[in-house]
Design a protein around this ligand. Sequence first.
Ligand SMILES: Cc1cc2nc3c(=O)[nH]c(=O)nc-3n(C[C@H](O)[C@H](O)[C@H](O)COP(=O)(O)O)c2cc1C
Length: 382
Amino acid sequence: MPAIDRAVSIADLRALAKRRLPRAIFDFFDGGAEDELTLRANRAAFEGARLLPRVLRDVSKVDPACEILGLPAGRPFVVAPTGGAGIAWPGVDIGIARAAAAAGIPYTLSTNATASIEEVADQVQGRLWFQLYVLRERGFVEKLVTRAEAAGYEALVPTVDLATGGKRERDTRNGFSIPPRLNARLLLDGALHPAWAWRIALHGGLPDFASVRGYRGSRERGLALASSVGRDTDPAFDWDDLARLRERWKKKLVVKGVSRVEDAERLAALGVDGVWVSNHGGRQLDGAVASLEAMAPIARAVGGRMAVLMDGGVRRGVDALKARALGAQAVCVGRPVLYGGGAGGAAGAERALAILATELERAMQLCGVRTMAEVTPDLVAS
Ligand SMILES: Cc1cc2nc3c(=O)[nH]c(=O)nc-3n(C[C@H](O)[C@H](O)[C@H](O)COP(=O)(O)O)c2cc1C
C-alpha cells in the first residue's frame, strides 16, 4: 500500500512530508512567525474546546452537507490560499483544487500560487475563490481583479493581515527565498531528497508565482525573500480602499485576516459578504489571539448578517464541529492540504481532505448530530 494511503491522520501526512521534502521547503510550509506562539495557540484552542455529545439518537446516517457563502457545499471545509505550494510538488495547486472540487468544497487560489488564475479556472470544475494581496502597484492589483472576474471566480478574498511580512525565523535561518532560488543549500538538500529533486528537474526547475509574473518587471523573477514576504503588499491599504474594492467587485467579497469584533461589524456595514477570521496560520503577528477564540464573539456579533469563516489549527474533522458550534459556517485548511500535497502531490491532497471528511462523519455520529443544522452552540462545553 502506498505510504499516502497508510497515513491515518493529518499528523501522519505531516511526518511524511517532513521526510520527503528538503528541510527549507518543509519549514516554509510548517513554520510560523517568531516564537510560534500563535501557531501553537491556534491548535491549543481546538484542543481545549470540549464537546458535550448527545446520545440515543439514530445516527445511522449523517450528512455533513451545508451552505457556504450562500451556496451548497459537501461539507463545512474550504481550502485556504497558500502561496508556493508547487515548490514541493510541481502542479500540486491544480491537484489540490481538483481534490476540493471532488469534495464539493470551495478552493481559494492564492495571489502567490504556482498556478495562474486562468490555469486553475480552465482545469478545475468547482467552486473557485481568488485571494488577493493588495500590492503596492495598484494598477497591477486592478489587473488581477479583472483577470479573476474574467475567469469566473465566485468570490474575491482580499487578505488584510499582511501590512508587512511576519518574522519567520525558520526561513531566515534556512536562507529560503520566495520565489525559491536554487542555492547551494537547497541543492545539497535536494540531493538528500532525490524524488523531490527529480520532480523539480522534470518540471524544468522550481515553479514561480504564476499570476504575478510581470509584477514590477519581475526583476529577480519575483517578489520577496520568504523571510520578508509582505515587502510588496501595500501597508497603506485601508477602509476607504476596501470600500472602493467593494464597489468594484460585484460578486461575493470575503475579507480574510480579521480578529476583532468591531472590524467585523464595520465589514458588515460595508456590505462585505463574509468575514474570514484568521491570523494567517500564525505566520504574521506572533502573539495574536487564537483564531477559534477570536471567531466566537465575531460570530455572535455578525453571524446573522454575513458568512463567518475561520482558519488556523484545523487538523481533525472534529474541529469543524467545534467551530460550527461556536458560530462558523466553515473551517478553512491551509497546512493540512500542503502536508498532503508535499507528501504525495494530488493524491496526498485528496488523502488529507478524505481523512478530515471521515473524521468529521465519525465525530457527527459520536456527537449525536445528523446534519450541520443540528450542530448548535450547546454542543461545546462552556
Ligand atoms: C505555506 C503557506 C503559504 C500561505 N500563503 C498564503 C497566501 O498566499 N495568502 C493568504 O491569504 N494566506 C496564505 N497562507 C495562510 C493560509 O491561507 C491560512 O490562513 C493558514 O494556513 C491557516 O492555518 P493552518 O495552516 O493551520 O490551516 C499561507 C499559509 C501557509 C502555511
